[in-house]
Design a binder for this molecule. Structure first.
Ligand SMILES: Cc1cc2nc3c(=O)[nH]c(=O)nc-3n(C[C@H](O)[C@H](O)[C@H](O)COP(=O)(O)OP(=O)(O)OC[C@H]3O[C@@H](n4cnc5c(N)ncnc54)[C@H](O)[C@@H]3O)c2cc1C
Length: 284
């Protein structure tokens, strides 16, 4: 157990899709559930702050953070099909989940599989796309928390739009219950979602949508109506195509992106009296 892999001063650009500048002090890469239990036990015993990372596609990480990053990318990827059930390890990308579902002719989450996430981040955030969210077909989720491996049924996990109340810890796998279909249908649904995504979503380094949509409104539309499309700070820019995207256009720093986030919030609050809430998770 003393051989758990770790890296000091690790570049944030290699951890997140935002690819902002700077390093985190320590990344720990457990290779098995036993190593995860060991790592969590030590961090909790010494009261050290930490965060778990999947594909880093919803994270903006400050280079000043003292939190320790637990990266699951060295865990074994496992996908097992049993009838209509697919059990997947948390570090598996949704792209691989799609490929397996297509081969097996299992339908239900193929549109959501266009999200650039791992299964762990997909579930933790209850991420969604085109009316498919992580919980719509979730059967159960297996986690490490309180030093034990626990399997929670979907009914034991509260969830709402892009939120869950899963306990602190590490998701190690999840099982989804899907519906039998044909390979062609699964592929057609996936490509419909890719085409729609390509139409609405700007290219470049980002975290997807920065803000949650306020009830019945579009955050992007509110930002656009404040005239903020194209506004830059350092290497970060508010997308001209979709105002809820702040892109890392050229070596953006955490502070550049954070500045634009605060600027959008202030302007939308001033003009419409609405306080936008971040969807991106900021690790300070
Ligand atoms: C181009 C682009 C498009 C996007 N489109 C969408 C979209 O259509 N819909 C949508 O909902 N989101 C979208 N997102 C946001 C993001 O992809 C989702 O929130 C996704 O679910 C995050 O998954 P991840 O593996 O990258 O998790 P991370 O960003 O690494 O982490 C997200 C959260 O999950 C936690 N976490 C990750 N893995 C584990 C684990 N194994 N155990 C415990 N906690 C864990 C992290 O601690 C963090 O709290 C988009 C992002 C980008 C960059």
């Amino acid at each position: 157990m003393n051989n758990v892999e770790y890296y000091l001063d690790y570049p944030i650009a290699n951890l997140t899709t935002y690819k902002t500048q700077g390093n985190v002090p320590l990344v720990i890469c457990p290779k098995s559930p036993a190593e995860c239990i060991f790592v969590l036990d030590r961090l909790e015993k010494f009261n050290l702050g930490y965060f778990v990372i999947g594909n880093g596609s919803n994270l903006l990480i400050s280079p000043k953070t003292q939190k320790i990053c637990i990266n699951l990318s060295k865990m074994k990827e496992k996908i097992k099909i049993n009838g209509n059930f697919i059990k997947v390890s948390a570090n598996t990308s949704l792209a691989k989940v799609y490929a397996t579902c297509k081969k097996a002719g299992l339908s239900g989450i193929e549109k959501a599989c266009t999200i650039p996430a791992t299964v762990g981040g997909f579930i933790k955030n209850n991420a969604s796309f085109m009316n498919e969210d992580a919980f719509s077909h979730l059967h159960n989720v297996t986690m490490i928390c309180d030093g034990k491996i626990k399997t929670l049924k979907k009914s034991q996990c509260e969830h709402s739009y892009r939120r869950t109340n899963l306990p602190n810890g590490i998701i190690i796998s999840a099982t989804f219950m899907l519906s039998p279909s044909s390979q062609e249908t699964v592929a057609a649904n996936f490509f419909e979602a890719i085409c729609y995504r390509n139409q609405i979503q700007p290219k470049g380094f980002s975290c997807g949508c920065v803000f949650r949509n306020p009830e019945g409104l579009s955050a992007g539309n509110l930002i656009d109506r404040c005239g903020l499309k194209g506004k830059c700070k350092g290497g970060a820019v508010i997308s001209n195509q979709h105002a809820n995207f702040i892109l890392n256009d050229s070596n953006a720093t955490f502070d550049d992106v954070k500045y634009l986030i605060e600027f959008c919030k202030e302007e939308v609050q001033r003009k419409f009296g609405i306080l936008l809430e971040e969807e991106v998770e900021i690790i300070q």
